[in-house]
Design a protein around this ligand. Structure first.
Ligand code: WT7
Length: 651
């Protein structure tokens, strides 16, 4: 049975520290509080104004929104080209010499591409796709390392109206072929390989294995990154440098409808078949570029670095489309944060004078674990805005980021969104919002969010429940490719008329949103619905703890009991006494009901390749089950190490 109305999820943590915007920042901030008021008056008119001001249209739109729940059409009747908006218009305005990307390869080589360079390369790549018979509407799969040819390939597709589907380079041949077959892609763009943790990582053999079972693929284009040759299938496979190299740079952008499919990005549920999340053109471009400019306070001379992989939506929206539409200068890094040593990122920040840095809490906690000496050894004074995305950020990780990376000065934007939402939906606006460590603060202007109970009734401030969205937004997914019934069922059926994100959230008395993790992860201890996020944050609050993951395990008395997996900082020593201390610490911070019954020290945690903790695996380990599907796991050895130790968790 569901818990009583006010306690869909309990509100346990009480974080009271606040950070008021610095007046000097406020004076120059892109965003102002007026945006909230304007959007509140009429959200459709708000997005209409922005779409007319910010997008270069080949044909202006007639109707701003057609909303036939759950199907939205934005900027109906308009025509545009995304590559034109990201490249040509900047070059035409005389900004062709501005750097679009500073690229850093893991082994140390660098390349800087200006907007004029990028326009030329995109034109050539687009003509290459044309030569292979790719036409408007044909799908193109992309499976590449983090090299400049990856955004070039995406923009080349956009230039000719061919939707792309980028498959993260760390995925298997099977994952690749499944996605190619789901969307029926005609061409695959890949590379011989890339570098990761000082090693060469081959891609072409995975691509070959995948292409053995993808009947729709007619051609592959292969970037020569590693340079020592791979097997090429005659007539099917083409080297990028040959095929693209011989093309003309002149490729007129194809104007497409506002609702033309820009791309598909597959989200891997842990069990079910991956969903092809469908994004379209105009609304997506507007949503990503406007949020990027406001939330990161982007100025013309900023150097912006989003340290995600382009294989995830974060990279699509905030390395490629949003920043390029805004004419930003970005940094792209190919490799791992610890190669050759744990100060690689700080070296890059120093070298390129990065002013805006956007990364995931999992990376922040990994840096925390290594200690502040790494960022301290570098000049990070260029940093002026910091962002976080991907998971709830624990207050302690937030404070560490603030102090050791932001030197106590740079505002932090904790940005909540999803592959499905396309753009950031809940986030502070720097220079406007007073922040609280661990809170994503408020819905972005024009976004109507709510926290509801099991019956879909809004939970009063101070309570927790299910996060929902109550009106459409321009960058929202338009469906699941090939399965609109699944789209309705997955996102719109739990609470009629509302988009349910799958996340738990609470609002404090001042209306700040606090994300509580996926509702599937919520634990039920003696009838109390307790968020894993809150218990994890209480653990990370202890000075010895770098990272924690908690799960609910079956318990005869309380239904579920809390089992905590804890990674200590480099300075910490595991001991029974410390385990007792940590359990008491949780009881002290959020109350005895949340005291973990079991606690185990681990060297690492099983995570997905995008850095999310796989609690399902931890539950299996804790309950002594054989493990289910582990294909989305980034490092399989972690599970064995944890399992070997799991006898020793003591109550
Ligand atoms: C899920 C979406 C959004 C790009 C990367 C992930 C979690 C994301 C936050 C945040 C708390 C967050 C949610 C969400 N999430 N950002 N700032 N605070 N949780 O995209 O793989 O589609 O994952 O990530 O659980 O539903 P994704």
């Amino acid at each position: 049975m569901d818990a009583p109305r006010s306690a869909a999820i309990e509100n346990l943590m009480d974080e009271r520290r606040t950070f008021v915007p610095d007046p000097a920042f406020v004076a120059r901030a892109n965003a102002t509080a007026d945006l909230y008021a304007e959007a509140e008056r009429d959200y459709v008119a708000f997005w209409e104004r922005l779409a007319r001001e910010r997008i270069s249209w080949s044909k202006p739109f007639e109707t701003t929104l057609e909303w036939d729940l759950p199907f939205a059409k934005w900027f109906v009747g308009g025509e545009l080209n995304v590559a034109y908006n990201c490249l040509d218009r900047h070059v035409e305005a005389g900004r062709g010499d501005k750097v679009a990307y500073h690229w850093v390869g893991e082994p140390g080589e660098t390349r800087s591409l200006t907007y004029a360079d990028l326009l030329r390369e995109v034109g050539k790549a687009a003509n290459a796709l044309r030569e292979l018979g790719v036409e408007k509407g044909d799908r193109v799969a992309i499976y590449m390392p983090m090299i400049p040819e990856l955004p070039i390939a995406m923009l080349a597709c956009a230039r000719i109206g061919a939707p792309h589907t980028v498959v993260f380079g760390g995925f298997s041949a099977e994952a690749l072929s499944g996605r190619i077959n789901d969307c029926g892609a005609k061409v695959l763009i890949t590379a011989d390989g890339g570098y990761r943790r000082g090693k060469e990582v081959g891609l072409k053999h995975h691509a070959d294995e995948a292409m053995a079972s993808t009947p729709t693929i007619e051609h592959a284009i292969v970037v020569n990154r590693l340079g020592h040759g791979v097997h090429m299938v005659p007539f099917r496979d083409h080297w990028w440098h040959d095929l693209v190299g011989r093309q003309s740079a002149d490729c007129p952008p194809v104007a497409v409808d506002s609702e033309h499919m820009l791309y598909l990005l597959y989200t891997s549920g842990t069990t079910a078949k991956p969903k092809g999340i469908l994004h379209t053109t105009a609304g997506y471009l507007l949503g990503t570029s406007f949020t990027h400019e406001m939330i990161f306070d982007l100025k013309p001379d900023d150097v912006y670095w989003c340290a995600a992989d382009i294989g995830w939506v974060t990279g699509h929206s905030y390395i490629v489309y949003g920043p390029l539409a805004n004419g930003a200068t970005g940094v792209m890094y190919e490799g791992a944060p610890d190669t050759p040593s744990w100060d690689r990122w700080w070296q890059i920040v120093e070298d390129y004078k990065v002013s805006i840095l956007y990364m995931a809490p999992t990376a922040i906690r990994a840096f925390m674990k290594q200690g502040p000496q790494y960022p301290a050894a570098h000049d990070l004074s260029s940093l002026r805005v910091l962002g976080s995305v991907g998971e709830p950020i624990n207050p302690e990780a937030w404070l560490w980021y603030h102090e050791h990376v932001g030197r106590g000065a740079a505002p932090i934007v904790d940005t909540w969104w999803q592959t499905e939402t396309g753009m950031i939906l809940i986030s502070p606006l720097p220079g406007v919002t007073t922040t609280k460590p661990g809170s994503a603060t408020f819905p972005f202007p024009g976004i109507k969010a709510d926290v509801v109970d099991a019956d879909g009734v809004s939970v009063p401030l101070g309570g927790g429940g299910y996060l929902v969205l109550k009106q459409p937004w321009p960058a929202m997914l338009r469906g699941i490719y090939g399965d609109q019934e699944r789209y309705r069922e997955t996102y719109w059926s739990r609470f009629p008329g509302m988009y349910f994100a799958g996340d738990g959230a609470k609002r404090d008395e001042e209306g700040y949103y606090w994300l509580l993790g996926r509702v599937d992860d919520v634990m039920n201890v003696a009838g109390h619905r307790i968020s894993t996020t809150e218990v994890e944050s209480a653990l990370v609050d202890h000075r010895s703890v770098a990272e924690a993951a908690v799960v609910g395990v079956k318990d005869e008395v309380s239904g579920q009991a809390i089992y905590a997996f804890v990674i200590l900082k480099a300075s910490g020593e595991p001991s029974d006494a410390l385990a007792v201390q940590l359990r008491e610490h949780v009881a002290y911070v959020i109350g005895p009901i949340a005291r973990p019954k079991y606690l185990m020290f681990v060297p690492d945690l099983p995570k997905t390749r995008s850095g999310k903790i796989m609690r399902r695996l931890l539950r299996d380990i804790a309950e002594g089950r054989t493990l289910g599907d582990t294909t989305t796991l980034a490092d399989a050895t972690v599970v064995d190490t944890i399992r070997e130790n799991s006898g020793s968790a003591e109550e």
